[in-house]
Ligand binder design. Structure first.
Ligand code: HEC
Length: 153
């Protein structure tokens, strides 16, 4: 009897340990590496080269970015916390940056956000998005981590 009790207690501890381990893993599992200073530095350079012309040198986006222009295109949104980049899971951000918005939305949606899959490697795309994430306030980073966990990443 006592042996059984000891055993089930051991099993419970094991399960608890596994659960805690799983949660920790989730926190670190996201695909972006915003806590890695080298990756972030590389991403900042790539951002200046490939993204700043539309999304702004300070990630502030284009003026009146919520309104379509005369041709029906949406201007580039900010990548800082005033935009909605941080509302999307890593995988979505990587897909948008790789394939462009029109490819993801489908139909005859037109967008000036082209895909960078031909000009940047996957690691470079992760670096530039890691840089973007590294600039967000702690609260946005935490919510973004939860979005990633809910998304399964
Ligand atoms: C030629 C201008 C232009 C360049 C250069 C550009 N973007 Fe964009 N980007 C846009 C526009 C415009 C949108 C909004 C597209 C839409 O919704 O139709 C956008 C949207 C996005 C989104 C989705 C944001 C959201 O909240 O939905 C991401 C992510 C993004 N861009 C990342 C990047 C990255 C990373 C780079 C550099 C590698 C980059 N963009 C370069 C114009 C540009």
């Amino acid at each position: 009897m006592q042996k059984n009790l000891v055993r089930s207690f051991g099993v419970a501890l094991l399960l608890l340990g596994a659960k805690a381990g799983f949660a920790d893993e989730h926190a670190a599992v996201g695909l972006l590496r915003w806590q890695d200073a080298d990756v972030v530095a590389e991403g900042a350079t790539l951002y200046d080269q490939h993204c700043a012309s539309c999304h702004g040198a300070d990630l502030e986006g284009a003026p009146n970015w919520r309104e379509r222009d005369a041709e029906g295109y949406l201007p580039a949104p900010p990548h800082d916390e005033t935009g909605h980049t941080w509302h999307h899971a890593d995988e979505i951000l990587i897909a948008i940056t790789t394939h462009g918005t029109a490819a993801l939305v489908g139909g005859d949606y037109r967008s000036n956000m082209m895909g960078f899959g031909e000009v940047m490697t996957e690691d470079e795309i992760i670096a530039v998005l890691s840089y973007i994430k590294s600039t967000w306030p702690e609260e946005a980073i935490e919510i973004h981590n939860e979005i990633n966990a809910a998304y399964g990443g």
